[in-house]
Design a protein. Structure first.
Length: 206
């Protein structure tokens, strides 16, 4: 993830195996910048605290320049989002209201026949089906996203830790106690954040 698409979530930064800062992106960027100015060979990785995607920041120049780049990228994104939400600017002539987006859907003839017989027509029926599937799969999606986030971080930071493969198998099996046991020898900051992320997945499963 590039910080030029400003990160709305908290982030967490590591120098090697040590956690050096967590919180809002700008504050973490300042902490990391201080470290880089003291040691420009420090191995820094910054993760989105929700998705565990890596966040890239341009640390060239002064701390003020780093923050200015973050601020400018944030303003740019905010401006685009505001324009997209404004019904006067987002909707061109003939475009539907309420944020409806027209896209191609490929179905078999029998599917179209069934949809066209539904109250409100094909579009209304499709929207109802999507909303129903979304509600039905919400819990499963939460578990999957939490698992992906935890595994993304562990793959990046814990791949060389003891019993990594066994620990990840226990994690995906939903074995909280076994995962805690196998991750115990890991370096402390990596272990603790991996456990925090894993707890979200275990909690979603429960």
């Amino acid at each position: 993830m590039n910080a030029n698409t400003i990160n709305p979530h908290p982030v967490i930064a590591f120098a090697g195996a040590n956690r050096i800062a967590s919180g809002q992106l700008a504050l973490v960027a300042l902490k990391v910048k201080e470290l880089i100015d003291r040691n420009d060979s420090a191995a820094i990785l910054i993760f989105d605290d929700i998705t565990s995607e890596q966040v890239e920041i341009d640390f060239r120049g002064s701390a003020e320049q780093v923050l200015q780049r973050l601020s400018l990228s944030g303003t740019s994104v905010a401006t685009m989002e505001t324009a997209a939400d404004d019904p006067q600017t987002a909707r061109g002539p003939g475009r539907p209201k309420l944020g409806v987006i027209g896209r191609e859907v490929t179905l078999l003839p029998r599917h179209w026949d069934w949809l066209n017989l539904q109250s409100g027509g094909a579009s209304v029926a499709l929207r109802k089906l999507v909303e129903e599937a979304k509600r039905r799969n919400e819990e499963r999606d939460q578990i999957r996203l939490a698992q992906e986030s935890a595994y993304r971080f562990m793959s990046a930071m814990a791949g060389n830790q003891a019993d990594f493969e066994e620990a990840t198998r226990a994690f995906f099996a939903g074995d909280r106690l076994r995962f805690a046991e196998l991750s115990e020898p890991w370096q402390i900051d990596i272990r603790d954040h991996a456990r925090t992320l894993a707890a979200r997945a275990f909690g979603a499963e429960e």
